[in-house]
Ligand binder design. Structure first.
Ligand code: DON
Length: 565
């Protein structure tokens, strides 16, 4: 009998396991809808919602909750993010559910007595946690544009947490590392363990009962299930015990905001992206405007001239980002109209010397800190409603702390604020005013959920994790599709570079830039740094000839997948 079970496991379960977890990174087609996310189980949850008659917002809510279970390094209820929604009537709106600084936060929260940044304190301590926004954002989006009942959209995540799902190789590698953390990281240390206390093995069912309970409160009580009642009580109790500053009042006061999208254009295409408190849309539009001025038909993709021009565009956009941007609710004079105009891009373009690298200047701005995990997904439904959603815990598994009674991990998003006023250095720390810490302020983000439209309908839905590299990987993928005519999967996989003003260097994907090109760029004065990968892009494009959507998940995603129908 035992033998029969083993045989049955291999013949039945293993193919199912492989089917579920094969990363569908080549193109996938869908006529009636598509979901592309960092975890194929979560993409499937979204597609099931579409098949039941839900719209793209419904599918996004279900996918986001599912990712909080199946992709917990960034999928979350303890973090925040942004939605860009294009409705089938062509109107575009966005939702801002970025975390906020707690009421007790002060500008010197992460400084020593001499006013210097205490290294690591803005990322690795309990004070690095911002007031989470995800549940509020998803709930608000549902109230405004959802069609299926809220509980039906949270239930699949409850099921995944309660009944479990097979541990993947991708998660398992992290599980081994996390299980070795010290006691300060209480929840993380035990996160991937089974009831016997050992790390769940690949293929073994991994259950998260505490998270299932928290999710069922959210299912039953909506927004208030997280921001009031027993969850809020436990968050406050946990914060008090650990020396954190978030209180029930912070949670009760949190609200997500529907904001106007930022709109730009590139040739015949309209670009819609996230406005501040994300810097993504502003920088993307500035760089696309700048590229429109170049004769790209004569500049070969991946050539020395291409890398130089793209890096110089990035250098300028990142300087402007750092100097000007922050939470619009605290900076009423943000010069968005200036930064996103064609005239401004012309002025920036005219100062590029095509024969040599510009110098980043420490009297101007830039930013150092890079997180290591966020997640993006793209959704489209049969009516042409499209959602581009990026959300994050900032670092991989955020601050790696959280109440084991609640089963979810807190973000460390406070690290995205400028930590010391006036201190800007060549390592990349920024001290400009718009992004200093203040109670209830949202920290500046680089998340760039984007929808490119053509003739009033979604043409490209795209986004990525990667800290400040997000802006640049989204920028290059959009350019690859719009200008270099690459199919979405090719555009996602193509060589990417990253320049962020400070540090003054071009990061490039190892092995994808030829030695000759590297030599030529160095002769022009660029400093080069190889990195293993840039971006984990999740995209959908529309093929007008075939009348279908093409979805592609980046091969850098361990468990990601595009599912269409
Ligand atoms: O909002 C931001 O820009 C960052 N907290 C995102 C962090 C991130 O993307 C890390 N991911 N790989």
């Amino acid at each position: 009998m035992k033998k029969l079970n083993v045989v049955l496991f291999h013949f039945l379960c293993l193919p199912i396991f492989i089917l579920f977890y094969s990363n569908v990174n080549a193109q996938t087609y869908g006529k009636n809808g598509m979901v592309v996310s960092d975890n194929v189980l979560a993409s499937k949850v979204g597609i099931d919602v579409l098949k039941k008659g839900g719209n793209a917002i419904d599918a996004s809510i279900a996918t986001a909750f599912a990712l909080a279970v199946t992709h917990p390094e960034a999928g979350n209820i303890g973090g925040g993010g942004f939605i860009v929604l294009m409705k089938s009537d062509g109107n575009v709106t966005t939702f801002d559910f970025r975390e906020k600084a707690p009421l007790k936060a002060t500008p010197d929260l992460f400084q020593d007595a001499d006013g210097n940044l205490i290294e690591g304190s803005n990322h690795e301590t309990i004070k690095a946690v911002g007031v989470p926004g995800t549940v509020a954002g998803l709930y608000l989006a549902h109230q405004k544009y959802g069609s299926l009942p809220w509980p039906d959209l949270v239930q699949p995540a409850v099921d995944l947490a309660e009944n479990g799902f097979p541990m993947t190789w991708g998660l398992y590698q992290v599980a081994l590392r996390m299980s070795e953390l010290d006691d300060a990281y209480d929840i993380m240390k035990n996160y991937f363990r089974n009831t016997e206390g050992s790390v769940v093995q690949p293929g073994e069912t991994w259950k998260q009962p505490a998270l299932a309970k928290t999710l069922s409160l959210i299912r039953d009580k909506g927004h208030d299930g997280f921001y009031k009642g027993e969850v809020a009580e436990e968050i406050e109790a946990y914060m008090k015990a650990k020396g954190g500053i978030i209180t029930k009042e912070d949670l009760a006061k949190y609200s997500a905001i529907e904001r106007k999208p930022l709109k730009g254009s590139y040739k015949d295409f309209e670009i819609y992206s996230m406005a501040p408190p994300s810097s993504g849309g502003v920088a993307l539009i500035e760089m696309m405007n700048l590229m429109e001025l170049a004769d790209l038909k004569k500049i070969e993709f991946n050539s020395t001239t291409y890398v130089h021009l793209v890096a110089e565009a990035m250098r300028r956009a990142f300087a402007d980002r750092a100097e000007h941007l922050g939470d619009p609710d605290f900076n009423p004079e943000l010069p968005l109209d200036m930064l996103t105009t064609k005239e401004f891009a012309k002025m920036r373009f005219d100062h590029i010397d095509m024969s040599k690298a510009s110098l980043s200047d420490t009297s101007r701005y830039g930013q150092l800190y890079d997180g290591s995990s966020t997640t993006h997904f793209s959704v489209v439904d049969k009516d042409g409603n499209a959602v581009s959603l990026t959300y994050t815990l900032e670092h991989s598994y955020g601050v790696k702390m959280g109440s084991s009674k609640l089963g979810f991990i807190f973000n460390n998003e406070m690290g995205d604020f400028n930590p010391v006023a006036g201190v800007t250095n060549s390592r990349g720390q920024i001290g400009s005013n718009p992004n200093l810490i203040a109670p209830e302020k949202r920290m500046l983000s680089s998340m760039t959920p984007t929808i490119v439209a053509k003739d009033g309908r979604p043409f490209l839905i795209i986004g990525s994790p990667g800290g400040r590299t997000i802006i640049n990987t989204v920028f290059q993928t959009v350019l690859n599709v719009l200008e270099y005519d690459m199919r979405i999967d090719k555009a996602i996989e193509a060589m990417k570079i990253h320049h962020q003003w400070f540090p003054d260097e071009i990061r490039y994907e190892r092995h994808l830039l030829s030695p000759d090109t590297r030599d030529a760029l160095e002769l022009m004065g660029h400093k080069l740094r190889p990195v293993n990968n840039l971006g984990v892009l999740m995209g959908i494009s529309y093929d007008p000839k075939l009348g279908v959507y093409i979805g592609a998940s980046d091969s850098a995603s361990k468990d990601g997948g595009a599912v269409g129908y």
